[in-house]
Write a protein that binds this ligand. Structure first.
Ligand code: HAS
Ligand code: CU1
Length: 559
């Protein structure tokens, strides 16, 4: 069975479409995500310009403070946009991969929860009653609608997860002994990871913060809340990233005219993310008192572990690209790279996403080092890092996906291909310039989450870093605006397309084996048990020593 040349990553490679009503739900979910991104990008401009001492936030309707803007920016970009995109995109990939419909009521339920959660959290943030940032650490307290909104956003991902798990279980019942189509495997593994990961934030929000904001509990426990938050807060970055990886593995090789190297290796990568994403949360809490040094060191080591599947991804994807480049006439060591189709907006956005992500990876390694972290923690280095990961690898990839997904979902052709290409380049240039500003400023002690314009302790050397941050952020905004022009143009004015349409999925060179050890990769149940054991090892000692907690902190509202 091995070494076959052209194995599709989906069942029924000759074509399948979701029923129109279900596709409509996916479309609206994706729209909601991009609407959130649009709001987030406008706020992002305000945040970046703050570093170059230009205050445009004062002109935003209803904007009372820097922290309100920063909260909106973080929540809509990092939570609403990413959740919506994952819910819509991975529902579509799962249905296509299994070649079976999902459930229209569940798709709409997930959309409805997302929309209602957005409204509730949006109300709290928009009226200035939740300027607690996207990490919402107590003892800062927000209006209860903020916490309830967040809870609903998480529940919407659970509804999607349940729907995907059910579809897979039914597919397996009808296809006994068959390997799960790779595209479905990746999509479901992503949600399996997130289901285990989101328990922390759910317990924190529903069990502690919501009752506290309603006055049912008088005091909060900051350390317990932070630990529950980061239990979910590290793996959440992979919930953002993995839909992009689904595209890099299953679709980008096709855009590039190449092929994916190995089915099994890809499955191993996703299983490593399942197992290793969660037991690493303390790398956000190296400076928190109350957590043992040994446990922090364990999380540091496991963080280096979860670095590994991304390294594998880098080499795997590069190989797929190289095949494409060589098929297009590329010769020698690097020529293939330039022979790639640099005129295809869907490909270019994702190639640029990969290039910036290499820097995101390098900075992540420095964050993860227990000792080096002391230098950069709570400085602008950290937003430097995450704009080269979620702010570009993920966002640019989702933009790239949109360039074929929106035409696929609307039956309209992409308008403004040139503008789409320019958008990606400008956005990337912006991320790199802003990243340079934030990273160097961070090394120089420039604090994150600070209105530097009003900081009395500013260092003269922050001037250049701040200018680069503001300038780069402006470029990102321009790139983003061009993206939205393309998106709106396509949805509203794109010419109706005649082509038969399918998802642009790739084939693998080494297909899935039916015998030997490889079919065991598909036994999610065992991998989930292994993951739970690892989580108990990583969090058990802390919780056993700390619970029932120290609920001593009164609420604070500084806004
Ligand atoms: Fe991180 C903080 C460690 C990845 C997001 N991270 C953050 C925060 C966010 C975030 C939002 O250990 C701030 C949270 C807050 O508000 O306080 N991060 C890591 C590590 C990784 C990592 C080790 N982070 C991400 C991803 C994110 C994300 C992904 C979003 C999507 N991060 C940390 C740590 C902190 C942290 C600490 C706490 C810092 C502190 O003190 O507060 C790794 O997963 C990175 C692995 C990445 C790679 C790169 C692989 C490259 C690929 C592209 C290949 C290119 C190709 C192109 C194929 C190994 C796959 C071919 C082209 C050619 C040129 C040929
Ligand atoms: Cu992390």
């Amino acid at each position: 069975m091995k070494a076959m040349k052209n194995i599709p990553v989906v069942a029924s490679p000759d074509g399948f479409r979701m029923p129109a009503g279900q596709e409509r739900a996916v479309r609206w979910t994706v729209y909601l995500g991009f609407l959130a991104l649009a709001i987030g990008i406008v706020n992002g401009l305000g945040q970046a310009l703050n570093y170059s001492r230009v205050d445009i936030l004062q002109y935003f309707p209803g904007m009372r403070s820097y922290y309100q803007g920063l909260t909106v920016h973080g929540v809509v970009n990092a939570i609403i946009f990413t959740f919506a995109f994952a819910n819509g995109f991975l529902a579509l990939t799962t249905a296509r991969a299994l070649a079976r419909p999902l459930s229209a009521p569940l798709l709409w339920a997930s959309f409805g929860l997302l929309a209602f959660g957005t409204l509730l959290a949006g109300y709290a943030m928009g009226t200035g009653q939740a300027s607690v940032l996207y990490t919402f650490y107590p003892p800062l307290q927000a209006h209860w609608t903020f916490y309830l909104g967040l809870a609903l956003l998480v529940v919407s991902t659970w509804v999607t997860a349940g729907m995907l798990f059910r579809a897979l279980a039914r597919w397996r019942r009808d296809h006994r002994g068959e390997r799960i189509p790779l595209l479905a495997f990746m999509s479901v593994a992503t949600y399996a990871m997130w289901c285990l990961a989101s328990v922390g934030i759910a317990v924190e929000v529903v069990g502690l913060l919501l009752p506290w904001s309603l006055g049912w509990i008088d005091h909060a426990d900051p350390l317990l809340s932070r630990s529950l938050f980061w239990y979910s807060g590290h793996p959440i970055v992979y919930f953002w990233l993995l839909p992009a990886y689904v595209s890099w593995y299953a679709m980008v090789p096709r855009h590039a005219g190449g092929q994916l190297f190995s089915d099994s290796l890809t499955r191993v990568v996703f299983l490593m993310f399942l197992a290793l994403s969660i037991p690493t949360g303390f790398h956000h809490q190296y400076t928190d008192p109350g957590i043992g040094t040994g446990m922090k060191a364990l999380h540091a080591v496991l963080t280096f572990g979860v670095f590994f599947p991304s390294m594998v991804t880098a080499f795997s994807v590069m190989y797929a690209l190289e095949i494409g480049g060589r098929r297009r006439g590329g010769k020698g060591l690097v020529d293939w790279f330039f022979k790639l189709d640099w005129g295809n907006p869907a490909l270019v956005a994702q190639l640029l996403a990969m290039l910036t992500f290499t820097l995101g990876g390098v900075t992540g390694l420095i964050n993860a080092s227990y000792n080096l972290n002391q230098v950069i923690h709570n400085t602008t280095w950290v937003p430097g890092h995450f704009h080269m990961t979620v702010g570009s690898a993920v966002t640019l990839s989702f933009m790239g996906i949109a360039y074929w997904l929106i035409p696929y979902l609307t039956g309209r052709e992409l308008v403004g291909r040139g503008m789409a290409l320019v958008s990606s380049w400008i956005y990337t240039a912006g991320v790199l310039v802003m990243g340079r500003g934030l990273i160097s400023g961070g090394l120089d002690g420039m604090p994150r989450r600070t209105l530097v314009m009003e900081a009395p302790y500013e260092k003269p050397t922050w001037e250049l870093a701040g200018m680069l941050t503001g300038f780069g952020g402006t470029l990102m905004f321009v790139g983003g605006a061009l993206f939205f022009a393309v998106l709106a143009g396509t949805v509203l004015f794109g010419p109706k397309s005649e082509h038969p349409r399918d998802l642009p999925f790739t084939t693998t060179i080494q297909g899935p084996a039916r015998d030997g050890w490889e079919p065991r990769l598909d036994r999610f149940r065992y991998w989930v048990v292994a993951t739970v054991i690892l989580i108990l090892v990583a969090y058990g000692p802390f919780l056993a020593g700390y619970l029932p907690g120290n609920f001593t902190s009164p609420p604070y509202r500084f806004y």
